[in-house]
Write a protein that binds this ligand. Structure first.
Ligand SMILES: [Zn+2]
Ligand SMILES: [Zn+2]
Length: 117
């Protein structure tokens, strides 16, 4: 977890100035691939074992097993490491433009009854 906070600051700055520049979703995906290649040791912070289907959080790009962070997201949708809320998990990453996205369901509002459609 050496480059996590820096990456978060960069993303936050980019989001703050997004009014003058186009969205950089592809850029964040590139960062994902780069982070994977430059990591010397790969251990999941949740199960403390080797990654089982490496997955990234969309906001902070911290890495976990996809099953681990998926289970974690059922309890709370925030990063176990940096506490940043996240809305989707990127997993099955093969290339910067070849990955799958697991989008969390929005938290159910306590004051509204979900309707079926
Ligand atoms: Zn794990
Ligand atoms: Zn994080």
């Amino acid at each position: 977890c050496t480059t996590g906070p820096n990456t978060g600051n960069i993303l936050t700055t980019a989001a703050a100035t997004s009014s003058s520049s186009p969205p950089t979703s592809s850029a964040s995906a590139r960062a994902v691939v780069t982070a994977e290649e430059t990591s010397p040791d790969s251990k999941c912070p949740i199960c403390l074992d080797r990654f089982n289907n490496l997955a990234y959080l969309d906001r902070c790009l911290h890495r976990f097993c996809f099953p681990c962070i998926q289970e974690w997201s059922h309890n709370k949708a925030e990063c176990p490491l940096c506490k940043q809320p996240f809305t989707s998990i990127l997993h099955s990453v093969r290339a910067e433009d070849d990955f799958k996205e697991y989008t969390l369901r929005p938290a159910p509002a306590s004051n509204s009854i979900p309707h079926r459609c």
